[in-house]
Design a protein around this ligand. Sequence first.
Ligand code: URP
Ligand code: ZN
Ligand code: ZN
Length: 470
Amino acid sequence: MSILIKGGRIITAADDYAGDIYVEGERISLIGESLDLQAERVIDAAGKYVLPGCVDPHTHLDMPFGGTTTIDDVESGQTAAAFGGTTCHVDFIIQPHGSTFADAIDDWRSKANGKQVIDMGYHMAVTDLREGGTLEELASLPDQGITSYKLFMAYKGALMVDDETLFKTMEVAAETGALVMVHAENGDAIDVLVKKALAEGHTEPHWHALTRPPETEGEATNRAIQLARVAGAPLYVVHVSCKESVEPIQIAREKGWDVWGETCTQYFFVDYTFLERPNFEGAKYVYTPPPRAKENQDVLWNAVRTDTLSAISTDHCAFLWDGQKTMGRDDFSKIPNGGPGLENRLQMIHEFGARAGRISLNRMVELLATNPAKLFGLYPRKGTIAVGSDADIVVFDPEKKVTISAKTQHSKTDYNLYEGTEVTGTPEVVLLRGQILVEGDELVAEPGVGQFVRRAKFGEELRPAAIAAA
Ligand code: URP
Ligand code: ZN
Ligand code: ZN
């Protein structure tokens, strides 16, 4: 199949120009001015932005968590992603306690088989180096294309690891070329605060935030940075939500250390007061770290603008409000932690970031596509528009007005964090490796088109032969 995308405004992290893109098979084969070529399909992109497919480095599809399982499986989650202009994501394999990493990988691959709508890679969330996976097995993962290790410093009694496991994993990463990712919160202190709040009879959703103060995030962020320095491992701090964790990342980056941070769409828009909404509405916003005091939103915009934070993910971890979040109606600590967002990241950051003048269009592309691709071993196959790159392309209509709503979304959950928000600008056509995936309101391709991507090791580039069918 050949496709000619004509007359669009091509925007990458570095460039912004008018041009045509010629796609042959799965790749971009030519970019030029007024290309005079025959193609099986011509897409008129006049007046449109032509962006690289976005890359979401942080999602949780079909994940057992909090006594239930996230409502979006690979098919529904990736369909939501595709409509939102995301053509590749990196999901978390969670190593069950006592399990080898190989078994965990098999389990996660079987959840994806035949359902993939977009391309995906995996991070390995290490939970147990005593009874389950060994350091040797952990060290073998980067050669299988799983080139990042995730550690939860919170969720005591579930996913949390102690500092020994954290540090040993960092040492392995330093040797194998993996990137270490941390969920940075002090899980021990939070556990004490949660028990105390419940003992005092505090059960409502906003106690989720009151028992996870920003200092617990700042402390853990700093601890992870210092330990990564000792181990010599590169570090990526996920879902940074507040000044207390932005500051240690900023200091580390100013010193030139191998430290990066991401924030997520929701932290720019949802603040602590959402948790106080009556009639258990607040439970919709129970995710971790929690929505913070509003003044943190400016801190985060400034951090993404100045490259203190280098990526914006969704941390899509969707649960039904009615039926899953309600498990915690009488006890905030039983509300499954997580929120949806895969479909709306580009729309929201375009509207309130680029259109509002907080960041440039180039920086938007860098935060949503190029930097995630570079940090997670997908670049230059993904994350840019260049000759030889995968033809993962979003033709984006910057004038189309959309009202975001759960009624029209593709996630299976029953609410949307941005319900009723009006945005101007939305994807019109989305291509995945040269196939039309989404056109207007229609999913054109069948589930199964997406592939598992063997990612390159940290700091290395991903070249064409590295992609393998799942
Ligand atoms: O509340 C959240 N963020 N749920 C997903 C798991 C995690 O901590 O990323
Ligand atoms: Zn987390
Ligand atoms: Zn997460």
